[in-house]
Design a protein around this ligand. Structure first.
Ligand code: RIB
Length: 304
């Protein structure tokens, strides 16, 4: 059966201002240029799956009946994502307010809008889908309902537990692949212990942890894997994690080994840091392959 990925998650219009530094609490900073970009973790990850190539990608997302939806839908169409759009009568399209510093770091506040209207009843028939990829910018009960139905239908359930939230054990029980960063991992496991000990403690068959510039690590079938990061000069790290999740899911769906998939996703994520914006920064497969051939690195397994 050819792989077909359903991404269920958020779609936001990102309002982005660049500034020397991200303001702290109570602080005002004078920024510079302002731009809007199509974003939202769900929509970004769908674009990343589609651009990774070779896998048909669908997105289930909710939008308001306003002008903010159009640029996101255009971006999804351009990336060849098949959209299952829910139109909310009561909420505006989700928005995100992002400050990007000159060191490429960001601070993001999401106004969820229509994303909170994505309900268990909106899940399409799952025939023909092989993978379900979700994040946590839609209601938790919706994520749990979709995960359970997908698991019952025999799909691989991939969960990017971002932004960090407490997860019910039933959701982890319905998850095949969990992708988190170090902050989200600590939120799930509690403080203390090494990354290796923390991933061991999670009752999910495959756990992948993104480590920013350091790369990523994974635990699967009792074995630990580590992929170094690629040395780059980042411009904007927004959607780097989303690019990783989409590229990894696509690579695994295509039957790549975990080592290959981690390497591909780490390279895609690095490239996403070189271009401003969310969906606008997500690279195509060819660009990732060219980058990888220029940065020959060895994959290796070791204790993270
Ligand atoms: O992960 C980056 C995304 O987080 C942004 O595009 C923003 O919309 C928020 O959802």
């Amino acid at each position: 059966m050819s792989p077909v990925i359903l991404v269920a998650g958020s779609a936001n219009l990102d309002f982005v201002v660049r500034a020397h530094d991200i303001p702290g609490p109570g602080e005002t900073v004078l920024g510079r240029d302002f731009q809007t970009f199509p974003g939202g973790k769900g929509a970004n990850q769908a674009v990343a799956c589609a651009r990774a190539g070779g896998v048909s990608t669908h997105l289930l997302a909710a939008f308001g009946k306003d002008a903010f939806a159009a640029p996101i839908e255009t971006s999804l169409r351009d990336a060849k994502v098949i959209l299952h759009a829910v139109r909310s009568d009561q909420s505006p399209t989700g928005t995100a307010f992002i400050c990007v510093s000159d060191t490429a770091e960001n601070a993001i506040t999401v106004a969820p809008g229509a994303n909170v209207d994505l309900a268990p009843a909106h899940l399409p028939a799952l025939d023909g889908f092989t993978h379900l990829l979700m994040q946590l910018e839609i209601p938790l009960e919706t994520v749990l309902a979709y995960a359970r139905q997908a698991q019952a239908a025999g799909l691989q359930v991939v969960l990017n537990a971002a932004p960090a939230r407490h997860l019910p054990p039933e959701l982890l029980a319905a998850t095949d692949v969990l992708i988190v960063n170090a902050v989200e991992l600590a939120q799930l496991c509690g403080p203390g212990g090494s990354v290796a000990q923390q991933v061991e403690s999670l009752a999910v068959p495959m756990v992948v942890v993104t480590l920013g510039a350091e790369g990523c690590c994974a635990r699967h079938k009792g074995k630990l894997y580590f992929q170094d990061g690629f040395k780059i000069l980042p411009v904007d790290t927004t959607a780097a994690g989303d690019t990783f999740c989409g590229a990894l899911t696509s690579a695994l769906a295509l039957g790549q080994s975990l080592e290959q998939a981690l390497r591909f996703a780490t390279a895609a994520s690095a490239l996403a840091c070189l271009v401003p914006g969310a969906q606008s920064s997500i690279p195509a497969r060819l660009d990732v392959e060219t980058f990888l051939s220029e940065h020959l690195q060895s994959d290796h397994s070791k204790t993270p």
